[in-house]
Design a protein around this ligand. Structure first.
Ligand code: ATP
Ligand code: MG
Length: 158
């Protein structure tokens, strides 16, 4: 389906904001115009659910989570940035692997199977996009993905 990704993302963030149990601040940096992207809404909901759940799970009390959408060429870049524990450099490439979890002792008490990001990667791939992570230990993590879209600025009929 064609969805206005700005509204779609905003609604998913709303749901997390209403149900969150922690003292974490949400900050939205979303364009104020529509961006239409062709996506499977259920699958994309799953992607965002997995990424945002992690951001909350690994956020400290009083932390902030920033949600952004940027337009870059023929892609939109959707990102979730937290101020949590971060991910060591040597693990950054592995977190999208199935069942991979950083530091078993640290993550055991938080629960999880290590599948969330592997599923997200698979779904983003099917949509023609890429997913990646940037992180600094002790500072926080950004998980971002791209999705191809056609800018509506151009007149396709001319
Ligand atoms: P599941 O999502 O299946 O419940 P999980 O959260 O452990 O389990 P993934 O979502 O695939 O699995 O994440 C893999 C690992 O990457 C996590 O175990 C964690 O070590 C690390 N990780 C993911 N997101 C973050 C984040 N925002 N901050 C710090 N570490 C993270
Ligand atoms: Mg997870």
């Amino acid at each position: 389906e064609w969805v206005n990704f700005v509204v779609f993302y905003d609604r998913i963030i709303d749901r997390f904001e209403m149900s969150k149990q922690q003292n974490v601040t949400f900050k939205r940096m979303l364009p104020n115009h529509a961006i239409f992207v062709e996506v499977d809404e259920d699958k994309m909901t799953q992607v965002l659910y997995n990424i945002i759940s992690n951001a909350l799970k690994y956020s400290p009390e009083g932390g902030q989570i920033t949600f952004a959408i940027k337009e870059k060429g023929d892609n939109i870049i959707v990102s979730v940035t937290d101020e949590g524990v971060g991910i060591p450099k040597e693990s950054l490439g592995k977190i999208f692997d199935r069942f991979y979890r950083v530091d078993k002792a640290r993550t055991r008490k938080l629960g999880g199977t290590g599948l969330g990001l592997a599923i997200a990667k698979e779904i983003i791939k099917v949509h023609g996009g890429k997913i990646w992570a940037k992180s600094r230990e002790g500072k926080g993590t950004t998980i971002a993905f791209s999705l191809p879209y056609e800018s509506t600025e151009e007149d396709e009929w001319s």
